[in-house]
Design a protein around this ligand. Structure first.
Ligand code: PNS
Length: 350
């Protein structure tokens, strides 16, 4: 294994100790090509550093300083040897111990990095790496990037692409920007049978507070079965929120807290109309908090003009031949009137 480019180009690196899987040369080369071949100064953090090949390559290509974090003692002596070979001893710091602990004191030190490599051994589960990711945001400069190497494709969450992933044989490289790591996601759940102008108002207002809002269409087992399937209700919401870039719509099958966990959400957002809503919402919020204490429930007060509006009122008015204009968004007025007035085949059959 050699340094590919820059001031130490061609330097042969010391072999990796047993159990350490160095990034293949071909992958390293493609990775640095996508990062932009050469760097103009800046700080690099190489987590799970192994032989230190990624941090060393960055130093060779112009980074000012590199911090290598490696828990394995033998691997750390290989990094020291490689620093000697490349003559980068004065531009590097080698840290032992757990990555979690090292992150703690790097956060305290407060010197941000332009580039962070997280190349964990494949035996470290993706979930464990996921749990340190949100901490890396605070260690990055505004334009900084995190590079994650993994043996499995990262999960795509609700149409939100987290970074850019490239595949090299069995290796997946994902490059993330700072905003993708510090993004605060909220889930806005409900049965939306059907979605009303009041719901859309709450969803839109939530999207001005959070970085992304996932509308979760679920089943309220305490209510009668919905006329439309969850997928159909979700399509109606998608139609009336299509102009809000920060909103996506998903069907939720199980528990809300599990759905929120999968989405990486930090909050549940609900609309609150009157005191009568409070009791049930309070109960749900407390139960959800028992199951997932870190997930906050946030209430948005309904606008005065929507304080009387409910899906059940829309269903009742439509089924009795009344006009629901203004109660549901214009874009779905016809569809909702047709379906809920019973003129559609679906309601006849239910
Ligand atoms: O619009 P609704 O009927 O008030 O929505 C209720 C909903 C779907 C948000 C709620 O029933 C829910 O969270 N369902 C998912 C199942 C769950 O997590 N239940 C425990 C909540 S205490």
């Amino acid at each position: 294994m050699r340094i590919i480019a820059g001031s130490a180009r061609g330097t042969r690196l010391a072999p990796a100790p047993k159990d350490v899987r160095p990034t293949a040369d071909r992958v390293r080369e493609s990775l640095f090509n996508s990062l932009g071949q050469y760097f103009e100064g800046g700080m690099v953090l190489d987590l799970y550093a192994g032989t230190g090949a990624l941090g060393l390559e960055s130093l060779s290509r112009g980074s000012d300083l590199a911090v290598f974090v490696e828990g394995d003692r033998k691997a750390r002596s290989v990094i020291h040897e490689n620093l000697r070979r490349t003559r980068f001893v004065d531009r590097a710091e080698v840290v032992g111990g757990e990555v979690e602990v090292a992150l703690g004191w790097l956060e305290e030190r407060g010197e941000p990095f332009d580039l962070i490599f997280a190349d964990p051994p494949y035996r470290i589960a993706a979930a464990e790496v996921g749990s340190i990711l949100h901490r890396l945001g605070s260690l990055l400069t505004p334009g900084g990037r995190v590079v994650i190497e993994s043996g499995e494709a990262p999960a795509e969450v609700a149409g939100r692409r987290k970074g850019v992933t490239r595949r090299y044989g069995g290796t997946f490289i994902t490059i993330l920007g700072r905003s993708e790591l510090t993004m605060i996601v909220a889930v806005c759940p409900g049965s939306f049978d059907p979605v009303t102008t009041g719901h859309v108002d709450v969803i839109r207002r939530a999207s001005t507070i959070f970085d992304h809002v996932v509308v979760a269409v679920g089943a309220n087992r305490r209510k009668q079965q919905a006329i439309l399937s969850a997928v159909e209700r979700a399509r109606l919401i998608e139609k009336v929120t299509a102009d809000v870039e920060k909103v996506s719509v998903e069907v939720m099958d199980g528990l809300l807290v599990e759905f929120a966990r999968e989405q990486g959400a930090r909050a549940i957002v609900k609309g609150l109309r009157a005191v009568s809503d409070f009791e049930s919402e309070f109960e749900q919020a407390q139960l959800n908090r028992t199951m997932f204490p870190e997930l906050e429930t946030v209430f948005i007060m309904a606008s005065a003009e929507h304080s009387f509006l409910s899906s059940s009122a829309v269903r009742e008015i439509a089924s009795l031949g009344g006009d629901v204009r203004g109660l549901v968004p214009d874009g779905i007025l016809e569809t909702v009137t047709e379906i809920y007035s019973g003129t559609d085949d679906k309601i006849k059959g239910s």
